[in-house]
Write a protein that binds this ligand. Structure first.
Ligand SMILES: [Zn+2]
Length: 232
């Protein structure tokens, strides 16, 4: 992948790049946690039915993410951003903070972030690394006393700032998709828009995606293997 001096890069990252750092993502088929299907712990209905179970799940994920380290793929994207500056935009489906810890600044977490929470009523996200694993320690809003939930986009909820994502997508000249099949919406829609607008599309992943035909270039390999080549 060669970038020209005036290229504007839109990057979409998904589960694959976090998995390379040892983090399970629980989205997709067969995701199980302690015998619970992910739909039982990552939906508004689950939250209504059993907030303690939901907080145990996200407390465990906070712990796992804190113990994980960014890999060479995360670091390569941070290095590319260093060169491109404001002509770089990273949209991630991942809720961990490995991109930030690798040095990325222009990161949008479309599915929310593990290390923020928000009051159900006040709805303003705030930084939170708390571990809440029993009914009597579940967090309550300091202002209004309502329940505080993870700042995560659950199944059935709308991804964050889709308008901003489309704005960045439409002015990009190159779209790079990493570690996500790109065949599931909304990611598949991003590639479709890029194609309509004649934006160059590149896929990086260990296996050919289902919608391989939609990409101009397919680079087979892991993010940690392949992205450092783009950064040099
Ligand atoms: Zn509140």
């Amino acid at each position: 992948m060669k970038l020209n001096a005036d290229d504007r890069l839109f990057v979409l990252t998904g589960a694959g790049i976090s998995a390379e750092s040892g983090l399970a993502t629980f989205r997709g088929s067969g995701g199980l946690w302690n015998g619970h299907r992910v739909e039982e712990v990552a939906t508004p209905e689950a939250w209504q039915a059993n907030p303690e179970l939901v907080w145990r799940f996200y407390s465990m994920r906070r712990r796992d993410a804190m113990a994980a380290e960014p890999n060479a793929g995360h670091k390569a994207l941070a290095a590319i951003e260093q060169k491109l500056g404001e002509r770089f935009y990273l949209c991630t489906q991942n809720v961990d903070d490995l991109h930030e810890r690798a040095g990325s600044k222009r990161v949008h977490h479309m599915h929310g972030t593990l290390f923020q929470s928000r009051c159900e009523r006040c709805a303003v996200p705030f930084a939170d690394k708390g571990i809440y694993e029993s009914a009597d320690t579940l967090p309550l809003c300091e202002k209004c006393g309502h329940a505080v939930r993870p700042h995560i986009v659950w199944f059935g909820e709308i991804p964050l700032d889709m308008d901003g994502i489309y704005r960045e997508l439409e002015r990009a000249t190159v779209v790079l998709v990493v570690g996500t099949s790109g065949s599931v919406y909304p990611a598949a829609g991003f590639v479709g828009i890029a194609n309509q607008r004649g934006i160059r599309t590149i896929y990086v992943g260990p296996e050919e995606p289902l919608n391989a035909d939609a990409f101009d270039e397919i680079v087979l390999g892991t993010a940690a293997e392949m992205l450092p080549r783009f950064a040099s």
